[in-house]
Design a protein around this ligand. Sequence first.
Ligand code: FE2
Ligand code: FE2
Length: 273
Amino acid sequence: MSLSLAERAEAVLRCGDGRAKAALSRAHAAAWLAARDGSGESIEIGRATPPDQPARPDRPELLAPRDVPRRRPGSPAGRIALLHAVAHIELNAIDLHWDIVARFTDIAMPMGFYDDWVRAADDESRHFGMMCDCLESLGSSYGALPAHAGMWRAAEDTKADLMGRLAVVPMVLEARGLDVTPGMISVFKKAGETEAVAALETIYAEEVSHVAYAAKWFHFLCGRENSDPKDVFHALVRRYFHGALKPPFNEEKRAEAGLPPDFYWPLAEQQSG
Ligand SMILES: [Fe+2]
Ligand SMILES: [Fe+2]
């Protein structure tokens, strides 16, 4: 009997090495997608016991955000630090998507829900690999610099609340990625670092779908209980997200992902002047 999808998700969460986690994630995603299109052995959703914290490598050293050294973004060291930070985010994102798969199996959801998160997890696994490759071709590697601790905080806060998870993780944190990635791409364009530009452009294009998956299933769950998605979104973000959302927002990409302005503007920090 082949492993259930939830057990596969748990296995990814419990794998500590970054490259190995990404490879396992890609293999389980391929098996699931083959099962779904009829070309592979069928896989049930099943149940699992995801860990409170996913397994991670010994390095990078994890520091409080205020203790992570800042480097000038225009310098070569600054660009390596930026790629390292993105690699850390992508590794975290692999776990975040498999955690959604593993943790909420007692809520009956259509199969398409699992298809979406498995696809997103597969994307994140490729993104992590691309960032590792970029770091290595610049003479660094993932783990060589310290990284932010506390990235799992939003997952812990919402471990018993699927709608809270969708609101805070993909619809706030991943949507923030859509706001800041174009600026990062221009940093690497100016430096003529074409491998990083290509990788970040792929990430930018693919992240829209992750936010869109979340918006779709958030609306689905609100529709199931006949509640207003915008009001529910505001209440959940205020409850689970610590702080205001930071403009400027990428309104075009957010719209593409199904996030209208009246979802995020009321949660934005007041601008002075
Ligand atoms: Fe990603
Ligand atoms: Fe993502």
